[in-house]
Design a protein around this ligand. Structure first.
Ligand code: GLP
Length: 249
């Protein structure tokens, strides 16, 4: 695992995606939440000002709330359109069907679809304050596939800021499983701010454990964690990671 500690994580993340796209990537994996917003803003800028093109690239989303129509401002399908994909020349953008009458079947269908349009060349990830990736809450099987999950109270509290009230935050989601996420050729996780420091320390330096789903990145052959100094503040080996990055062969 590569750990990159920099002032501007969005620049490193945008470089990773831009390199993949210009290098022939056909499928990229997108994440929602506030963490990748700077990356999306920078990629839109590069598209508008530097000619970065996403023609020939399709995208898959990590997760979706159950019960929110794709027109709802907080549905992840709408979020990614508003904040990224409507502003670039990307192809199809797939996401789980949170409104399907049979969520279990919809989750299995989405897992199958990822297998069809994949493998994902690079998957962007954020991290929840409890160490979740996608919506794989602590105790998620490390080999899980796309399925319905029940959100923890903590995650619903964290995400309540996007809704009018806590009660409006859905209780259930469809999320790519940890096994599904790890089918991607490359994982790139971005985190900023003190509030993510404990989760980043657990993911990078803690045991590989379902208690911290993001620790699955330790198992992946090509995972990069890109953090600012605040999110890196609880990493014991931060000096080593900086040394490695500065002396990259
Ligand atoms: C959300 C999403 C995750 C995201 C995480 C952190 O619930 N399902 O994909 O990484 O929580 O969100 P934020 O980046 O807003 O802190």
């Amino acid at each position: 695992m590569e750990v990159v500690i920099v002032d501007h994580p969005e620049q490193v993340m945008a470089d990773i995606i831009a390199d993949a796209v210009t290098g022939g990537a056909s499928t990229i994996g997108l994440a929602t939440g506030s963490s990748p917003l700077g990356t999306y803003t920078e990629l839109i800028r590069r598209h508008n000002e530097d000619g970065l093109s996403f023609v020939g690239v399709n995208a898959v989303l990590l997760d979706e709330y159950v019960g929110l129509p794709t027109t709802h401002p907080e549905s992840y399908a709408r979020f990614i359109r508003d904040n990224f994909t409507d502003h670039i020349d990307i192809g199809d953008v797939h996401s789980p069907d949170g409104m399907a009458p049979d969520s279990k079947a919809a989750a299995q269908a989405y897992d199958h679809l990822i297998g069809t349009v994949g493998p994902v060349d690079v998957q962007i990830l954020g991290i929840g304050s409890n160490g979740h990736i996608g919506f794989n809450e602590p105790s998620s099987s490390l080999t899980s596939r796309t399925r319905i999950k029940t959100l923890t109270k903590k995650t619903r509290e964290d995400n309540a800021r996007f809704f009018d009230s806590f009660d409006e935050v859905p209780r259930h989601v469809i999320t790519q499983g940890l096994g599904t996420i790890c089918d991607a050729k490359r994982l790139a996780l971005v985190a900023t701010g003190e509030g993510k420091a404990a989760a980043i320390a657990a993911a990078v330096e803690g045991p590989l454990s379902a208690s911290c789903p993001a620790s699955i990145l330790q198992w992946h052959p090509h995972a990069t964690v890109v953090v600012d100094h605040a999110a890196a503040s609880q990493l014991k080996d931060a000096d080593y990671y900086k040394y490695v990055y500065e002396n990259k062969p």
